[in-house]
Unconditional design. Structure first.
Length: 408
C-alpha cells in the first residue's frame, strides 16, 4: 500500500473533513467516490468487448485532458509489467499537424481499434482528429462498414452518443456526476486499459482501499496535509516522483490540481496553487535549484518506489579521473535512485521548504489505483477548505467560446 510521512506540523479536524466529503458523495457533487464499487456490470461489458476486439494490434485513444491523461498515466506507469499483452496503446490528443502526421505515418489504422473519448461529446480537438481518422480510413463519414472499429466513451445523450446510436457503434457511458479529470476509474480509463491487457480490477481495489481508509481513520494523513496546504500561504505545490513510470502521472496530477482548485472562491477572491510535476532524479538537474534557493513559496511531495522488481546493479568499472563515483559500484540502481530521493528531501527540508513523502511498494495496478484515489481525495479536501466548486471549470469555457466565434 502507500506509506505517508509529513515533515511539518499540521493540524486537522478529521471528523469534519470526513463529513464534508461524505456530504459531497451523498449529494452526488462528484461520483468519483463510488467508482471503485458497483462496476461489475461495466467490467463484464468490457471483458466481452475485449474478446471481440482481440484481433487488433493497436488501441488508439482519441481524447484530450481528462479523457486521456489518466489512461496515458496508467499505461506509462504499468507498461513494464510482464502480464501485459502485445497491444500498443496510442494516444492522439493535440491538434498539432506535425505530431499527427508523424503518428499516422507509423500507425497501421486497419490493425487498430479506436476509442473516441469526450465527456461532452463535442470536444473540438477530439472530433477533429476523429474526422481525420475517418478520412485516413478512406471514409467520407461514419457508416456501418467501419463501426466495428470504433467505440465511443461519452455522456449518455451527448452528440457523440447519439451519433454512435445511429450507426451501431459500441458506446460506454461516463456517469453524469463524474467530471473528466476524475474519470480515470470509469470506462474512460478501464476500457482502453483492459483491452491493452492491464488488470483493471486491481486498479479499482487499490482505489477502494485508499478511499475506505480515509473514511475510517485516515492513515495517510490526507486531512492534515490538505489543512496545511490550504493554510500555509504557499502558492506552488510540487510533486517530485522518483521513477520514470510517473512521467505521465505527474501530468495527470497537474490537470487534476490546477483545474479543480484554480478558482474564484465565495469571497470573489482568486485562489489556487500552481502544480508542478517533477521526475527524480532528472529534475534534480533543473528545478531543484529553484526550490533550494528561490522564493519560499512551495510545498513539495516526494514519491518513492520501494521495490522496482529489477536486479540491475552499477558495474565496478574503473574509469580514470572518475574515481569519486566509485562509492556506488556494485550497488543496485534501485538503491541509488531512492538514496537520491532521500538526500534531496533532506536538502529541501533544510532549506525551509515544507515536505512530505509517499512510498509505494511497487509499480503495479493496485498501487496506481491507490495513488489515483489519494490525489482525488486530497484535491477534494483542499477544495472544501478553499471554499471553491472543485468539480467545475468555468475558466476554461471562455476560450472555447472565443475560438468558435473567431473561426466563423
Amino acid at each position: 500500500m502507500i506509506a505517508a510521512q509529513i515533515y511539518y506540523e499540521a493540524k486537522s479536524d478529521l471528523k469534519a473533513d470526513q463529513a464534508a466529503l461524505k456530504a459531497e458523495r451523498e449529494q452526488k457533487l462528484s461520483g468519483y467516490y463510488d467508482l471503485p464499487d458497483s462496476q461489475d456490470a461495466l467490467l463484464g461489458e468490457i471483458e466481452t468487448f475485449a474478446k471481440k476486439t482481440a484481433g487488433f494490434d493497436n488501441i488508439i485513444v482519441v481524447g484530450i485532458g481528462g479523457s486521456s491523461l489518466g489512461a496515458k498515466a496508467a499505461d506509462r506507469f504499468l507498461r513494464h509489467l510482464p502480464q501485459r499483452n502485445n497491444k500498443t496503446l496510442i494516444f492522439l490528443e493535440n491538434g498539432d499537424p506535425i505530431e499527427l502526421s508523424a503518428a499516422f505515418d507509423k500507425i497501421n489504422l486497419h490493425r487498430s481499434f479506436i476509442f473516441i473519448v469526450s465527456k461532452s461529446g463535442g470536444t473540438i480537438e477530439t472530433i477533429s482528429i476523429f474526422k481525420l481518422l475517418l478520412s485516413r480510413l478512406g471514409k467520407s463519414g461514419l457508416d456501418s462498414s467501419c463501426a466495428d472499429q470504433f467505440a465511443f466513451i461519452t455522456d449518455e445523450g451527448s452528440p457523440l452518443d447519439r451519433l454512435g446510436h445511429s450507426n451501431q457503434v459500441s458506446r460506454f457511458h461516463i456517469p453524469k456526476s463524474v467530471g473528466g479529470r476524475f474519470s480515470v476509474l470509469s470506462a474512460v480509463g478501464l476500457a482502453p486499459l483492459k483491452l491493452a491487457g492491464y488488470n483493471v480490477e486491481k486498479l479499482l481495489e487499490g482505489a477502494k482501499a485508499t478511499r475506505d481508509d480515509f473514511f475510517k481513520d485516515d492513515p495517510l494523513a490526507l486531512s492534515a496535509k490538505s489543512s496545511f496546504i490550504a493554510s500555509s500561504g504557499k502558492s506552488i505545490n510540487a510533486l517530485f516522483a522518483y521513477a520514470g513510470g510517473f512521467e505521465e502521472f505527474v501530468k495527470w496530477y497537474v490537470q487534476l490540481w490546477g483545474e479543480s482548485l484554480g478558482k474564484i472562491d465565495k469571497r470573489k477572491k482568486r485562489v489556487g496553487f500552481t502544480p508542478v510535476g517533477l521526475i527524480g532524479s532528472v529534475d534534480q538537474h533543473s528545478f531543484l535549484q529553484l526550490i533550494m534557493e528561490g522564493p519560499l513559496d512551495k510545498t513539495v511531495t516526494f514519491i518513492k518506489v520501494r521495490d522496482f522488481k529489477r536486479n540491475l546493479s552499477i558495474p565496478a568499472i574503473a574509469l580514470s579521473g572518475l574515481e569519486k563515483n566509485d562509492f556506488v559500484d556494485n550497488q543496485p540502481f534501485e538503491r541509488l535512485i531512492n538514496a537520491q530521493a532521500d538526500a534531496t528531501l533532506e536538502a529541501v527540508k533544510s532549506a525551509g521548504t515544507p515536505c512530505d513523502e509517499l512510498a509505494i511498494d511497487r509499480l503495479d495496478e493496485y498501487h496506481l489505483g491507490a495513488l489515483f484515489m489519494y490525489y482525488e481525495l486530497l484535491t477534494s479536501l483542499v477544495g472544501v477548505k478553499l471554499g471553491v466548486s472543485t468539480y467545475n471549470q468555468p475558466g476554461v469555457e471562455l476560450g472555447k467560446q472565443i475560438l468558435e466565434k473567431n473561426f466563423k
